[in-house]
Design a protein around this ligand. Structure first.
Ligand SMILES: Nc1ncnc2c1ncn2[C@@H]1O[C@H](COP(=O)(O)OP(=O)(O)OP(=O)(O)O)[C@@H](O)[C@H]1O
Ligand SMILES: O=C(O)c1ccc[n+]([C@@H]2O[C@H](COP(=O)([O-])O)[C@@H](O)[C@H]2O)c1
Length: 202
């Protein structure tokens, strides 16, 4: 499941859990984006913060893992590259790519979208406020998941307005957001105090 995860919330986790159950997946790999080119630049938190929040949110579930492929690849994040990298790492795996209804609606604007379908089986999941459609592709599965009217945008706004995000995001993520002062002033890159994992050994 790819996402900007700024921050990761229970909508992401429920969708992943439901797809894993219905499709009997062995593992769900959460792949935080490096540079999400369709989101407003400068308004996305540092990749290391988003990566660490994703690790914290998924730590308790043995089926959930987090991949750095997108944040370690320089330049804009394209799913075609994500899937090619994952295929190289897991040559024998059947790959599924989970997307919410809003992302599915944009999928024809993604880079090399005509080549995506051969690299993974796409699963579109319902999301409150969005219409789920297979974009004319019969090979895309559509799945109704428990409705979680949560968005990262709303979580960021709530933090900025000093409203609680308890129970919208996992407890550890609430604490991480407070520890690093994320989202207090929207539009600022709160990367102070965090060392990218890739730089720690340099
Ligand atoms: N509440 C939800 N229910 C189902 N799918 C979701 C939900 N929230 C996000 N998704 C899906 O998870 C993936 C990653 O989403 P993303 O990290 O952009 O979160 P977001 O809440 O949409 O963020 P933002 O509000 O910043 O746009 C996308 O495919 C998106 O459609
Ligand atoms: O490949 C693309 O061009 C592309 C464009 C926009 C979004 N995506 C992917 O869609 C997933 C959800 O992205 P987002 O921006 O809604 O968090 C994530 O894995 C992104 O890399 C991919």
């Amino acid at each position: 499941m790819g996402g900007t995860f700024d921050p990761i919330h229970h909508g992401h986790l429920v969708a992943a859990s439901e797809v894993a159950s219905v499709f009997e997946l062995d593992e769900v790999i959460f792949v935080p984006t490096g540079e999400p080119w369709q989101k407003v630049k400068g308004e996305v938190s540092a990749a290391e913060h988003r990566y660490l929040m994703t690790v914290i949110a998924t730590a308790a579930n043995p089926q959930f893992t987090v991949s750095r492929v997108d944040i370690d690849r320089p330049g804009p994040t394209f799913t075609i590259d994500t899937l090619r990298d994952l295929r190289r790492m897991r040559p024998d795996a059947d790959l599924f790519f989970i997307t919410g209804a809003d992302a599915m609606a944009q999928i024809m604007s993604w880079k090399d979208n005509d080549e995506l379908w051969d690299l993974a089986h796409f699963v579109g999941v319902t999301r409150p406020g969005h219409v789920l459609d297979n974009r004319g592709r019969k090979d895309v599965s559509l799945l109704e998941v428990p409705a979680m009217a949560i968005s990262s945008t709303d979580c960021r706004k709530r933090v900025a307005e000093h409203n609680p995000v308890w129970y919208l995001v996992p407890d550890g993520v609430v604490q991480y957001i407070a520890k690093y002062g994320l989202y207090v002033q929207p539009g600022t890159d709160a990367s102070a105090g965090i060392v990218p994992v890739t730089s720690r050994t340099e």
